[in-house]
Design a protein around this ligand. Structure first.
Ligand SMILES: Nc1ncnc2c1ncn2[C@@H]1O[C@H](COP(=O)(O)OP(=O)(O)OP(=O)(O)O)[C@@H](O)[C@H]1O
Length: 208
């Protein structure tokens, strides 16, 4: 369960989104809204990356009171990931393996599933945008998260990687992992799972 209470986010004096009280049960949620509505902002705050007012809890673990514990429950993938050029994919994966206490066999399975084993030892500066995106998705699936937040997961992916990503969402969800996904692309025609629709409109979050 994900709870937001008295959640408010502004940049400077400009309010972006306000959510008095919202609970999301387990599931796969597709968060929609116009450009600039606040989708990335909401995901970033739930991921613990930017400050906000109010409270956020996942499985009763408070984002501020139990920061480390919370961060292990919530994984996140950027819409347009940027990593230091001088690191290799292996460097980042090894780092996440430690911080997220991820199982090595599961991690290798993810690397192979996205075909990243072909280039994971190369420096990230040599990757194309789709290659970097696949790496970012591997990192998002690592460990034992209860929620995975995916910001535009399908952009720049090739058709095979889109299938891989949708299959992983399906299988992780069957194992009790929930997803909050933003996407301007309609992926429901090919997705092997049902989604529940959420929308940010007029600075509010609504279920559809
Ligand atoms: N770092 C920032 N500083 C100031 N304003 C910001 C910042 N990041 C986002 N905003 C503003 O917050 C609002 C919401 O932006 P956000 O990126 O969350 O929208 P979005 O719904 O993800 O949009 P898109 O569909 O275009 O990706 C926009 O008005 C944007 O200009």
């Amino acid at each position: 369960m994900l709870h937001l209470n008295h959640y408010e986010k502004s940049y400077g004096t400009a309010p972006v989104i306000s959510i008095p009280n919202f609970t999301l049960k387990e599931g796969v949620y597709w968060l929609q809204g116009e450009n600039g509505a606040g989708k990335t902002t909401l995901l970033k705050t739930i991921a613990g990356l930017i400050p906000f007012s109010g409270s956020i809890r996942v499985h009763d673990i408070d984002i501020r009171k139990h920061r480390m514990q919370y961060r292990r429950l919530v994984n996140w993938s950027y819409a347009e990931p940027i990593y230091p050029d001088f690191l290799t994919g292996t460097d980042l994966i090894n780092f996440y393996q430690q911080t997220n206490q991820a199982d090595a066999i599961d991690t290798n399975r993810l690397i192979k599933a996205f075909g990243v084993d072909q280039y994971v030892h190369q420096k990230i500066g040599t990757y194309s945008s789709g290659m970097t995106k696949k790496l970012s998705l591997i990192l998002a699936f690592m460990g034992q998260p209860k929620w995975i937040l995916l910001d535009e997961p399908l952009i720049t992916l090739d058709i095979k990687a889109i299938d891989t990503c949708l299959s992983l969402i399906h299988s992780y969800n069957q194992q009790g992992v929930s997803f909050l996904i933003t996407s301007h692309q309609s992926f429901m025609d090919t997705a092997p799972f049902q989604t529940q629709l959420l929308r940010i409109e007029n600075k509010s979050l609504i279920k559809q």
